[in-house]
Design a protein around this ligand. Structure first.
Ligand SMILES: [Zn+2]
Ligand SMILES: [Zn+2]
Length: 145
C-alpha cells in the first residue's frame, strides 16, 4: 500500500481511473472519450497527465491501462464514494440523491478521514451504489483501517 492522501487527483481524473478499473488489456483513447463524454483531444491530454503522474501506462497505438498505483487509487476512490454515500443515506439523503451529492465533494475528502469513517461505521460491506471492498483499508497502520 502506497501512501496516498486521497487528495492527489481532481474528480475529473478520478473518473478516468474509475472507468479503466476492472477493464482487461489496454483501452483506446477514443473509447474513453466517448464513455466520459469529453472530446478526444481533452481525453488525450488528461491521459498524458495521468501517464506522467504514474497512474496509467500509455501503450503507443494500443491505448492505456492502469498501473498498480492507478488501480489502488481507483479502488480507494470507489470505496470513498460508497462510504460517503452510505454516510449521507444515514442522514436522510437517499439513493441517487446521495450519489449526486457525494459526486460534488468526494475528491476533497482525505483517505485518512475515509478510513476513520469506515472504521466508525464498522467497515460496512454494502452501500447504495454497490459492494464496499476493504482490501486496502485493512492494511492500514492499526490493522483495521
Ligand atoms: Zn454512488
Ligand atoms: Zn474499512
Amino acid at each position: 500500500m502506497s501512501n496516498i492522501t486521497g487528495l492527489e487527483l481532481s474528480s475529473r481524473k478520478i473518473d478516468y481511473l474509475k472507468y479503466l478499473f476492472g477493464k482487461e488489456g489496454s483501452i483506446r483513447t477514443t473509447q474513453i472519450s466517448k464513455q466520459l463524454q469529453v472530446d478526444p483531444s481533452t481525453a488525450t491530454k488528461t491521459l498524458q497527465e495521468l501517464n506522467a503522474e504514474g497512474y496509467v501506462d500509455h501503450i503507443p497505438y494500443r491505448g492505456v491501462k492502469l498501473t498498480d498505483i492507478g488501480r489502488e487509487y481507483a479502488e480507494f476512490s470507489i470505496r470513498r464514494h460508497r462510504i460517503l454515500s452510505l454516510m449521507l443515506s444515514h442522514y436522510g439523503i437517499k439513493g441517487e440523491d446521495a450519489c449526486r451529492e457525494v459526486s460534488r465533494f468526494e475528491s476533497k475528502v482525505s483517505k485518512e478521514a475515509i478510513d476513520r469513517i469506515c472504521k466508525s461505521m464498522g467497515h460496512p460491506t454494502t452501500s447504495i451504489c454497490g459492494l464496499i471492498s476493504h482490501k486496502e483499508c485493512e492494511n492500514h497502520s492499526d490493522n483495521k483501517c
